[in-house]
Design a protein around this ligand. Structure first.
Ligand SMILES: *[C@@H]1O[C@H](CO)[C@@H](O)[C@H](O)[C@H]1NC(C)=O
Ligand SMILES: *[C@@H]1O[C@H](CO)[C@@H](O)[C@H](O)[C@H]1NC(C)=O
Length: 629
């Protein structure tokens, strides 16, 4: 009995539900869309012109038998819903959610929820990493583990455990389909609630050493859960989605019945959100693996004051201690014994310490036996990416506009977020993008500037490769024997074309900061092409020679012939570089050979090579071991 409704019909329906009184103040001639807005009580008052535009569509009467089962509050949401029975058939086909991006090499498996909705994901620990990248990660870890912890640089990830590999965001494509029935959401809006796609194990295998666990008290247990504050527009979206699912007779619901997490920001049934214990066990197993015996991690609980409100801070400590022997944890008391000075990761591991814990919320003495307040870890602060002052000056001055220089003894951790909740971005801004991002375009520059802990979303081998500042892709061509595995080049490209990203960014309406970051990315690309293909010439002329040189073009290290006519990188007493035309490995008096100890030293050496008008300079490392002296 459904018949096509006009816009006016919709408007009447809306009025019918929330009472005609809202109309009384309207002047004649005011358009219906405005009246539609004003006629609804539940958050629509804030609807902006974008939404009104998208309301111009044909909607049908919802059959009475379907309406019969709706509650009063569900009926109140009908003004948001555009009933389109003709689309129902196309919905029934199952949509496999593909959690494995193009070019990522791993063993596929499925994650399925209790209702049988599934995602294709990488089996935990199965992501294959190209040998050169594995070696570059190891090289940079070797260097950074020697630095006092406050001068270390490690990759982290944002909301590390909110991963599709564990089902977070599993239902996104199903819910996204319901956008076709919501008036003010464009049907191609993205619904992406998984920050990560790989397991914690794979992230750690990729060299991440700063793990963020979103920890909340949910249904009587500490669970990994992405919980937000109140977002009234988002709540209306979620409630509308649930009404549509009910009208369509689908078993899925966006589960909001959580304690301490209402609503959950991930599309996963509440009770299928993994226990914190499970996530901590996964990390523990990784630390226990013999090849990781020399590794030290920081585990960061992104939590809220609710843990204290629920009186479960002690539960958090108990769970930690049930999995991690106390003597392996570097604690606030240990720091006191060390005179308040953080040792290097090498020193920590040598003392039997494997892990430190920190919390986003300071629970004071309740957590003090084990968990640091962030500020106790080298003054840890979390400025946004917009504030980072990047190249070309970062080797000397790089840092944050209002926060100080990178690699000066304070830990800077910077996140970026790629979630979309339909028309809302990660911060619940209406129709905004999430720029700037830590991604393949920006990570090269961010890493070169010595940001301690960049934490991107969607960590993949490609993304990690883009954060490397030491060995160039494919170098050294003869890998050290211990890095094992095959040396066959991957059949997949490791660097997705950055230009694609640049052009897609330009379609949005970027802020000044975004423009500067896009420009920054383009400058990067340009820099890589100048001096004219020096890196390629270096490779062609000197391929596979058993020695290493830093290229002026991009600051990356390449294997070259030991007989190449190149100068050497020499380190002066005043902590600057000179590029000396001396026999390889022999530096002039008053200077010595040195491998750049961190990214900014590396960037400074690149600048020195350019100033000397050379294509490259020898580094004091050699095959076959490529050991760092
Ligand atoms: C309404 O609810 C009843 C009882 O749960 C169910 O049997 C019936 O199929 C529902 N009707 C519709 C149209 O969903
Ligand atoms: C460091 O020492 C070298 C050689 O003595 C000198 O040329 C250079 O200007 C000095 N740099 C700084 C920043 O002091």
């Amino acid at each position: 009995m459904a018949h096509l409704k006009s816009q006016t019909g919709l408007f009447l329906l809306a009025c019918g539900l929330s009472g005609g009184l809202a109309l009384s103040g309207l002047r004649p001639g005011q358009d219906q869309d405005v009246r539609l807005d004003q006629s609804s009580q539940s958050g629509q008052a804030s609807l902006d012109p974008f939404r009104r535009q998208e309301a111009q569509q044909d909607c049908w009467d919802i059959p009475a038998d379907k309406l019969a089962n709706l509650t009063r509050s569900e009926l109140d949401l009908l003004p948001h819903i555009c009933w389109k029975p003709e689309l129902e058939a196309s919905l029934q086909a199952p949509l496999p959610r593909r959690g494995i991006p193009e070019g990522l090499d791993c063993d596929q498996t499925q994650w399925c929820d209790e209702n049988g909705y599934c995602s294709t994901i990488c089996k935990r620990g199965s992501v294959r990493i190209e040998p050169w990248l594995k070696n570059a990660i190891k090289t940079q870890m070797t260097l950074t583990k020697r630095q006092p912890y406050c001068y270390s640089t490690v990759l982290g990830s944002h909301n590390s455990a909110i991963s599709l590999a564990d089902g977070y965001g599993n239902l996104d494509p199903y819910f996204q389909q319901y956008f076709k029935w919501i008036k003010w959401v464009s049907s191609d809006a993205k619904f992406e609630t998984d920050n990560q796609i790989l397991s914690l194990t794979d992230q750690l295998n990729l060299g991440l050493r700063n793990v963020e666990l979103d920890t909340h008290w949910v249904q009587g247990s500490l669970r990994i859960a992405h919980c937000g504050g109140l977002h009234s527009d988002f709540d209306i979206l979620i409630q509308s989605i649930n009404v549509i699912a009910k009208l369509l007779g689908h078993p899925i619901q966006w589960d909001t019945e959580t304690v301490g997490c209402d609503p959950s920001l991930s599309s996963i049934p509440v009770l299928e959100q993994r226990l914190l214990h499970d996530a901590l066990s996964e990390v523990r197993a990784w630390l226990d693996s013999p090849e990781n015996a020399g590794e030290f991690l920081v585990i960061y609980f992104d939590d809220q004051i609710d843990l204290q409100a629920w009186g479960v801070v002690s539960t958090l400590l108990t769970e930690i201690l049930s999995l991690y022997p106390a003597e392996q944890i570097f604690t606030p008391a240990d720091l006191l014994v060390a005179g308040g000075v953080w040792p290097s990761m090498d020193q920590l591991v040598a003392a039997g310490k494997r892990v430190s814990f920190t919390s986003g919320t300071d629970y004071g003495t309740a957590m003090a036996p084990i968990i640091f307040d962030r500020s106790q870890i080298c003054g840890w602060v979390e400025p946004s990416l917009e504030q980072l002052l990047g190249e070309p000056t970062c080797a000397e001055a790089g840092g944050y506009a209002h926060g100080g220089k990178t690699l000066s003894g304070q830990i800077f951790r910077t996140i970026s977020c790629e979630l979309y909740y339909g028309p809302f971005n990660c911060n619940f801004y209406w129709q905004s993008d999430n720029q700037p991002l830590l991604d393949e375009l920006t990570l090269p520059g961010v890493s070169r500037c010595g940001l301690n802990v960049p934490c991107p979303d969607r960590v993949t081998p490609m993304r990690v490769a883009s954060s490397m500042w030491s060995w160039a892709e494919g170098h050294p061509t003869s890998l050290p024997p211990q890095s094992g595995t095959s040396q066959h080049p991957s059949q997949h490209p490791t660097q997705p074309a950055a230009t694609n990203r640049a052009s897609s960014s330009s379609q949005s309406t970027p802020t000044g900061a975004v423009i500067s970051w896009v420009a920054h990315g383009l400058r990067q690309l340009w820099q890589h092409a100048w001096p004219p293909a020096a890196a390629q010439m270096l490779e062609a002329d000197n391929a596979g020679g058993g020695c290493a040189a830093l290229s002026a073009s991009d600051g990356r290290w390449r294997e070259v012939s030991c007989d190449a006519g190149l100068p050497s990188a020499c380190w002066l007493a005043n902590s600057t570089w000179s590029v000396a035309a001396v026999p390889r490995g022999a530096c002039p008096q008053g200077s010595g050979t040195r491998v750049p100890a961190h990214a900014k030293e590396n960037t400074a050496l690149q600048a020195a090579v350019r100033t000397a008008n050379k294509d490259a300079a020898f580094l004091p490392i050699q095959g076959p071991t490529w050991a760092i002296p």
